[in-house]
Design a protein around this ligand. Structure first.
Ligand SMILES: NC(=O)c1ccc[n+]([C@@H]2O[C@H](COP(=O)([O-])OP(=O)(O)OC[C@H]3O[C@@H](n4cnc5c(N)ncnc54)[C@H](OP(=O)(O)O)[C@@H]3O)[C@@H](O)[C@H]2O)c1
Length: 361
């Protein structure tokens, strides 16, 4: 892997710009995470980041108030050159007489796609592309999947025992992992645009599926339920708090009951496992949902794994053996040993009560 950083200081300032962009995590989607740093004579004179969807772009935050000319701007994503919710950032960069712009990656959004870089170059601004492109592609992976693959980034998350059971034989799942893992697991929801579960989890556990962590206050999170036969009773907790946590339901085109229970109630193709999850993801993409965390239960996770429709898997593993064929399995249909699910990269975090395994496709 080769990163195209022209100068050693490019590495330093681009890393700061990327870190700044991460402050918008969970709030910018379907927009990217972008930070920007303005440097003059080796010193940072201004900076900014894209705080949330619809708000000012990072370049605008960093450049609007400066008067210095001949600066270097570090911005990991190619600046936009079109009118969207905000005016083009390239025009401001030109107006502020920036001398050099260092960029990690081109914007895969077809309305930008290299046009921003072209415009800067046409206006005699030096452009260097490729600095920390691997780091930034990892940080901005939700946006890149959404733009390039035209589907949300899918993360499968589950609390499991050592023998990969999601529940015991009585279908109890709450106490599989301990308090500290459960709290962290809940707070992860803040990083995503949506969470998705199967109707059995909703009916058996009656969860709220909201975000309780204060750090994510004001964040909007979509809650998605796959309910093929449209049987979910409307007095369940999931129907509450829809102002901040809108509910989206998917049912089958063949369901007897076609009454919509919420504004976003879609009727899609069924298959032998339930609903066609590819069609579900396509509708979510069209709605502007850039990332989904699939939280279960076992049947739904199994469908996503079977179709290899995942980008990342996060397992909260408790130091417990649960056993029993009646308990819910993580991956009941399984894969051949010749073609298993393997991770390109993995991270393991150890806790007193177990560990977290994060694997990337
Ligand atoms: N340990 C954990 O992390 C964890 C997390 C979540 C849940 N759980 C536990 O898991 C249990 C429920 O899991 P479960 O496997 O029995 O049910 P589930 O995955 O929650 O729901 C399965 C149901 O979803 C519907 N569905 C629609 N499309 C589907 C598709 N493409 N693939 C699979 N299902 C689809 C089907 O019902 P219809 O045909 O009626 O639509 C199916 O029966 C609960 O006891 C819950 O507590 C544990």
């Amino acid at each position: 892997m080769v990163d195209m950083c022209k100068k050693a200081e490019d590495l330093k300032f681009m890393k700061i710009a990327i870190k700044l962009g991460q402050k918008g995590e969970g709030f910018t989607e379907p927009n990217p995470l972008v930070g920007a740093v303005v440097v003059k004579n080796g010193k940072i004179i201004s900076y900014g980041f894209h705080k949330s969807f619809g708000q000012k772009h990072a370049e605008r935050m960093a450049l609007s108030h400066i008067t210095e000319k001949n600066t270097t701007l570090y911005v990991p994503l190619e600046p936009c050159s079109h009118y969207g919710k905000t005016p083009p950032c390239t025009d401001l960069i030109i107006k502020k007489s920036v001398k050099r712009v260092v960029i990690s990656i081109k914007d895969p959004n077809p309305v930008v796609g290299g046009k921003g870089i072209e415009k800067l170059k046409k206006n005699s601004i030096e452009v260097d592309l490729g600095c920390l492109k691997y780091l930034y592609s990892e940080v901005n992976r939700h946006y890149l999947e959404y733009m390039k693959e035209k589907k949300p980034y899918v993360t499968i998350k589950a609390g499991v025992s050592i023998d990969s059971k999601l529940t015991d034989k009585y279908k109890n799942s709450k106490w599989i992992t301990g308090k500290e893992l459960r709290e962290y697991s809940h707070s992860l929801r803040g990083e995503f645009s949506a969470i998705l579960v199967g109707v059995k989890t909703i009916i058996e556990d009656n969860p709220l599926l909201n975000i309780r962590e204060k750090a994510w206050l004001g964040k909007r999170l979509y809650r998605i339920v796959l309910d093929s036969n449209n049987i979910m009773p409307q007095d369940l907790k999931i129907f509450k708090h829809q102002e901040n946590f809108p509910l989206i339901i998917f049912s089958s085109k063949n369901a007897d009951n076609k009454n919509k229970k919420v504004k976003d109630h879609f009727f899609v193709k069924p298959n032998k496992d339930g609903l066609d999850v590819r069609e579900v993801l396509h509708i979510l993409y069209k709605k502007g949902i850039a990332s989904v965390m699939v939280e279960g239960g076992g049947n739904v996770i199994n469908s996503f794994l079977k179709e290899r429709l995942y980008n990342e898997i996060i397992l909260f593993c408790a130091d417990k053996l649960i056993g029993a064929k009646e308990s819910v399995e993580l991956f009941s249909s399984g894969m051949s040993i010749l073609n298993p699910i393997i991770f390109r990269k993995r991270e393991i975090l150890e806790f007193n009560s177990g560990y977290i395994l994060r694997g990337f496709k």
